[in-house]
Design a protein around this ligand. Sequence first.
Ligand code: HGY
Ligand code: MN
Ligand code: MN
Length: 411
Amino acid sequence: MNKLDLRLSSERLFTRLDTLGAVGATPEGGVRRLALSDADKDGRDLVTRWMKELGLSVRIDRIGNIFGLRAGQESLAPVMTGSHIDTVFNGGNLDGNLGVLAGLEVIETLNEAAIETRRPLVVAVFTNEEGARFQPDMMGSLVYAGGYDLEKALNTADDQGVVLGDELQRIGYAGDMACGEIIPSAFVELHIEQGPILEQEGVTLGAVENLQGISWTEVIFSGQANHAGTTPMHLRHDAGYCAGALASFIHDLAKDIGEAQVATIGVIELEPNIINVVPGRARVTVDLRNPDNARLVEAERRLQVFLSELAQAEGVVVQTKSLARFDPVQFDHGIARCIEENARALGHSCRRMTSGAGHDAQMMSRICPTAMIFTPSIKGVSHNPAEATTPEDVMAGAHVLLHTLLDLTRD
Ligand code: HGY
Ligand code: MN
Ligand code: MN
C-alpha cells in the first residue's frame, strides 16, 4: 500500500477537537478541564463514547486511566498511542487532546478501510498529566508505569483539601483494571511542541528522542505579619520579600547555568495578602528543568543554599517539599527513526528533538520502547488560550502517527 493512499479525515479530527475543546471552554477562548473536575468528567464521557462508537472495548484502571482497545489478528502485546485531556487552568485546545483524538482518527480510518493489524492497537487517556490540581504531573502514566504508589496517588489532596480518590469515585472513573495490566510493545505519542524550535527552523515535524529532567519544589516562607507603616525594615521578617528574592534568584540561576537550563516561579501566594500588612507567610513553587541531570542537580543544590542563607538573613523559617522529580529520559532510537522515515516518505521535513515539556510518554518509556512526534506551535505558545498549530501541520503529524503505528503493529 502506498502510504499516501491511506488518508485520515481532517474534518472528523477537527470536529472532534472542536467538540472536546468546547468542554470546559473559558471566556478567553481557552480550555479549563482540571484533572477530575466536572469538565474532565464531561470530556472523559465524550471520549469514551467516541471510543465505543468506533468499536473499541473500553477499560479503565484504578487511577482512572482510560484505554480503548482494537483487537489485532494475533493476541500479542498491543501498540499504544494516546495522551491526556486534562488541562492547565486556562490552557489551549491541542495540548494532550491532539494525541488522543488523532489516535481515534487513526482507528476510524483503519475501520473504514477494513484494515486489520497484526498487533492490537490501544488509544490511552492518562489521568492528571498536567499536575495543575494534584501533584506530581504525569501522575496517571507514572502510576501506570510503576513509578508512583497507587494508594499515595489516590490519597493526594488538592489545595482545597479535596482527595483525588474521592474525585475519581465522584466522577465515575475509579476503574477496576490493575494499573500496568496492559504492557504495550511500543508507545508513540503525538503532541504539539509547545515551544518555538520547529516554527523558527521552518521544520514541519519533530522526532522526539529525549525529554529533559523536571524538578518541582514547593517553598513555604514563615515570617511575621506586621504593620507596613510602623515596622522598621531591620525588624521585619518579611515573607513577601523572600518570595520576591527567590523569584529573582532562580531567574539569575538559570542564566548563570546557561544553555538549556530553565527556571520558573509559577505560584506566589502571600498571606494575609493585604496592602498595609507585611506578609507573614508565602507559598512559592519552583519549576527547574534541564536535559542534563548533573546540571539539574547543581541547580537544586544552589537553590537550597540560597534558601538557607535567605532564612538566616531575614529571620524567617523556610520549608521545602518536592512535588515532582523526574530524571531526563532517552526515547527509543528505532521508533524515532521510524517517525523520521515516515515523515520524509510523506513529504514532510523532520528533525530530532528534545522535549522541554513533560509528557506521558516519558513515563511509558519506563515499560516499553517509546518516542514522540511533535508538530509546531505557532509562536511557540502553549498553556495559553492562544495555543495553535496550522491544520496542515496537525494533519502531517497525524499521518506520521498513522504510519508509525502501522509499522509498529507489523513488528
Ligand atoms: O509540566 C509539563 O511539562 C507538562 O505540561 N505537564
Ligand atoms: Mn501535554
Ligand atoms: Mn501541558
